[in-house]
Design a protein around this ligand. Structure first.
Ligand SMILES: C[S@@+](CC[C@H](N)C(=O)[O-])C[C@H]1O[C@@H](n2cnc3c(N)ncnc32)[C@H](O)[C@@H]1O
Length: 216
């Protein structure tokens, strides 16, 4: 069957769309962190929150580097797969079923937050309220001086995303955007082989941003 990268918009909620995508191996599930996160390894500080952690590969990677990591996702199946991957490994990593829209009332605090593909789910015109709530939640859980490492589709990606200027504007107050660079998102090779027509050659264009939470 032909895969439509914009298919997430066809569901009545983001949750329903992601539950459906986890019925099979989803395109983003490459079994390791997206490469830009490897380039900032030395800037990651514990405790780490991996928000929208999916099946946990990025969380497990940083836990294996000695970090204390919490991965959250609102899809139960993704969290079960993440827990299974971490089982038996002597790592400081835990996975929780949790909606990112509830960060704003969470009593946990983190020195680093990793967002590998969650923010851009909420960049559409009709998701302004959710995007605002999510960014408020990030500001709440990130310790002052802590960093958000964010990978998001650009506005040119077939799935829809955000422009560089709009991304900077979202983090204009209470944050310092330290860097934004354009990168290419990696797709699960097995998925790509089956649906090569669904993605631009080389992969979708993405922004990789490092954003510091300013002390209040
Ligand atoms: C594009 S996938 C990326 C998954 C993982 N970070 C990775 O790099 O493989 C986005 C993830 O965010 C999760 N997600 C989307 N909205 C969420 C929300 N409101 N709360 C928690 N998780 C959410 C989805 O279930 C999905 O696992």
């Amino acid at each position: 069957m032909k895969y439509d990268p914009a298919s997430m918009k066809n569901y009545s909620s983001a949750h329903e769309g992601f539950v459906e995508h986890y019925q099979a191996a989803p395109p983003w599930d490459i079994g390791r962190p997206q490469t830009p996160f490897l380039t900032v390894s030395d800037q990651i500080e514990s405790p780490v929150l991996d928000v929208g952690c999916g099946t946990g590969s990025t969380s497990i990677f940083f836990a294996a580097k000695g970090h204390d990591v919490t991965g959250i996702d609102f899809v139960e199946k993704a969290i079960q797969l993440a827990q299974a991957k971490a089982a038996g490994k002597d790592l400081s990593v835990r996975f929780l079923v949790k909606d990112a829209m509830t960060l704003v009332s969470w009593d946990e605090r983190f020195s680093s937050v990793i967002d590998s593909g969650l923010f851009h789910v909420y960049t559409g015109a009709e998701q302004k309220q959710e995007q605002k709530l999510y960014v408020q939640g990030l500001a709440h859980v990130l310790k002052p001086g802590g960093r958000l490492f964010l990978l998001s589709f650009t506005e040119e990606a077939p799935e829809g995303g955000i422009s560089r200027q709009a991304l900077s504007d979202v983090f204009a107050d209470g944050w310092e955007v330290e860097s934004i660079r354009q990168v290419v998102g990696e797709i699960n090779p097995a998925f790509l082989a089956e649906h090569s027509e669904a993605f631009p050659a080389g992969g979708p264009k993405m922004w990789f941003a490092v954003i510091r939470r300013l002390p209040c």
